[in-house]
Write a protein that binds this ligand. Structure first.
Ligand code: SF4
Ligand code: SF4
Length: 462
């Protein structure tokens, strides 16, 4: 197995040793202005994530993704399964916002707001440092007393259960969740199974998989090469200023500087949560967490040099080109976004308080009644889009001589309910031309909002 062909020259992945075993990263905590800001921002985000399921807007949850009832409430607006167009426009708008945001600010999402980073760096790693006693040191795992390990995993487990329950609240709502957590799991096996599964996934992620989520699994990370451009914000090492790097003792010969400002202390590497060396240039593994900026600024302060050897920059700026806010993608994305917002508003404002569609019943397309008329069996699918009970009436506009009959006594829908009613349309034979007749069916609700549906009746060839 010593074949040179099988021996990589360097780490293929920062989380793998050369022999393929896991390289456990224990990033050193680097205190500084940016860490303080990120920490504050992260705790605000954690509070928001925890509180959102409790917040109501005009009596509705701010966010409730009720998969079982197929109702998705976002910012107080409820999308129904019939809102495919609105949902599609909404998702496309979200994607475009991500594209625009990344083009302008690079991976600021990854470093500042992604739940993986927020929870890993500001919840799970602090717990690890507390129990492992590393207090921010980097390096390999140390021999830790057994009880510390057990206590650490117990705290991890409690955190994961809390996160999984919060996650579940987005899908079932806090009212149901607070009721269910006081009851036996046997009464609610599916939500309990979901919560247990999410707890398990989080334990695997935050205890074992960790930074590999950003390096291997996250699709957003993989798309960076196409989402970023020369002017996007990145965290970068100032090579012109830092190189040639070397120990501070050797930085001067005969009182003249012969080295750059980087003293090759390695602090920017040992603090990196993804285990990379920022001095090797822009890398897909860099999540723009800014820890190397804080680490290097601390070093620069100690050695009395200017800060920001590592700083927020852009590829264009590093090549001495002027920073350009206006470029193709920062013009095209906002234009598309405006189009998306207009389309969303147009569809939204055109939507009425109820939806109605008419379909043919399976089986015989038509039958003849005893008095020789033609009966078509149809289904009328109604959706009440409001939060009130709604009653409907339906009448045939065309053919004028046709009559309508319902199997159900009344057409009534509960709030946000979708229901199918069974309809018979009975029309004289003479309205059919080549076996077809146009049907115009009008549905009206109590508020006199109406929808007229067109359909082709089938009958005998006259
Ligand atoms: S290189 Fe710097 S900014 Fe990028 S992930 Fe590592 S520490 Fe964070
Ligand atoms: S922390 Fe700064 S000085 Fe130290 S190795 Fe990194 S870039 Fe060089």
């Amino acid at each position: 197995m010593n074949s040179p062909m099988l021996t990589p020259e360097e780490h293929v992945l920062s989380t793998l040793e050369a022999d393929g075993s896991r390289r456990w990263l224990k990033p050193k905590l680097s205190k500084g202005k940016l860490l303080n800001r990120r920490r504050l921002f992260s705790y605000v985000l954690i509070a928001i994530f925890t509180l959102v399921p409790y917040i109501k807007l005009a009596g509705k949850p701010l966010v409730l993704l009720d998969i079982a009832s197929r109702r998705f409430t976002i910012l107080g607006f409820t999308f129904l399964p019939t809102d495919t167009v609105l949902l599609t426009i909404f998702v496309v708008g979200l994607l475009l916002t991500v594209f625009l945001f990344t083009a302008l600010f690079g991976r600021v999402w990854c470093g500042w707001a992604c739940p993986q980073t927020v929870y890993m760096e500001f919840l799970f790693r602090p717990v690890e440092r507390l129990f492992d006693g590393t207090k921010g040191r980097g390096g390999h795992k140390k021999n830790i007393a057994g009880w510390r390990t057990v206590a650490k995993y117990f705290v991890y487990f409690i955190l994961c259960v809390y996160l999984a329950n919060t996650f579940l609240a987005y899908f079932i709502g806090v009212d149901r969740l607070s009721e269910w957590v006081t009851q036996s799991p046997i009464n609610h096996p599916v939500p309990f199974a979901v919560m247990s599964f999410v707890t398990f996934v989080m334990m695997v992620d935050f205890c074992y998989f960790r930074e590999q989520m950003c390096l291997i699994a996250c699709p957003y990370g993989r798309f960076q090469s196409v989402l970023l451009d020369q002017n996007s914000v990145i965290v970068a090492y100032d090579e012109n200023r830092g190189e040639p790097r070397g120990k501070i003792k050797k930085s001067k010969v005969d009182g003249l500087p012969v080295l750059g400002d980087c003293i090759n202390c390695g602090n920017c590497v040992s603090t990196c949560p993804t285990g990379i060396d920022i001095r090797e240039g822009l890398q897909m593994e860099c999540i723009n967490c800014t820890q190397c900026i804080d680490a290097c600024n601390l070093v620069m302060k100690k050695v009395g040099r200017e800060p920001n050897l590592i700083r927020y920059s852009s590829q264009a700026r590093d090549r001495g080109l002027a920073a350009g806010l206006i470029r193709a993608r920062t013009i095209i994305y906002p234009l598309l976004l405006v189009g998306i917002i207009v389309a969303f508003l147009a569809v939204f404002l055109a939507s009425k308080s109820f939806d109605a569609i008419v379909l043919r019943e399976p089986g015989n397309p038509h039958t003849l009644t005893e008095d020789g008329q033609v009966r078509n069996l149809l289904k009328l699918k109604l959706t009440n889009r409001t939060d009130e009970v709604m009653s409907f009436a339906a009448r045939v506009e065309e053919p004028a001589s046709a009559t309508i009959d319902f199997r159900e006594d009344q057409l009534q829908l509960q709030p946000r309910e979708t229901k199918t009613f069974h309809v018979s349309i009975i029309a004289p034979r003479d309205v059919f031309v080549l076996g077809r007749a146009d049907l115009q069916l009008t549905c009206e609700n109590g508020n006199e909002v109406s929808r007229t549906l067109s359909f082709k009746l089938v009958g005998p060839y006259n």
